[in-house]
Design a protein around this ligand. Sequence first.
Ligand code: HEC
Ligand code: HEC
Length: 148
Amino acid sequence: MKHKIMAMAVALGLALGTVTGMGVASAADVKALRDTPVNAADKAPDTYKVQDGVKHERAYRQQPPLVPHDTAKYEIDLKVNQCLRCHEWPYSDQEKAPKISDLHYIDRNGVRQDSVNGNRYFCTQCHVPQVDAKPLVENQFKPAVTGR
Ligand code: HEC
Ligand code: HEC
């Protein structure tokens, strides 16, 4: 019973934003990215032109490289994956496209397979076309620098 009352007091404190000692921001400090009411449709997001052919360095070693070309027309579903027709070997040689790295062929048990594994099938889950978009929120992100 005592615990229950304590939990309720903390929950109430959180809701009112009064537990400042615990580093919880008050409601007034939190700015939502959404500026339309919940029951209204959001306005369509800005569209950006893909920076074709520009090479951006990776910001950290494990980063999936950005896509230097438009991807909107390439279908990826259960039956087809059009990214593969250029990026999978041996097509990659013919199309002069960078070959998908071997990590994309390893299944969740660490076993190397002969075709792109399901966990890497939906390419655009990780690889996004590069655009000159402004950050959604102000931040101090800096690329990791190796070899220093
Ligand atoms: C018609 C062939 C073609 C198709 C289809 C295609 N690509 Fe590409 N892709 C290329 C070529 C060629 C390059 C190298 C372009 C360059 O360096 O400017 C490239 C570059 C890339 C890179 C950069 C790799 C690196 O090492 O920097 C990524 C990531 C990529 N593509 C992902 C995709 C994804 C995801 C799809 C599907 C949505 C896709 N591509 C479909 C031809 C293709
Ligand atoms: C789960 C995230 C993820 C998915 C899904 C994924 N990739 Fe990648 N990809 C990466 C990462 C991380 C790297 C960089 C590390 C590496 O080379 O494996 C990469 C690297 C690449 C490269 C560059 C290879 C090189 O040697 O420069 C290409 C091309 C590529 N991916 C294409 C694809 C294509 C095409 C698909 C869809 C069939 C795909 N990827 C799906 C994460 C992903």
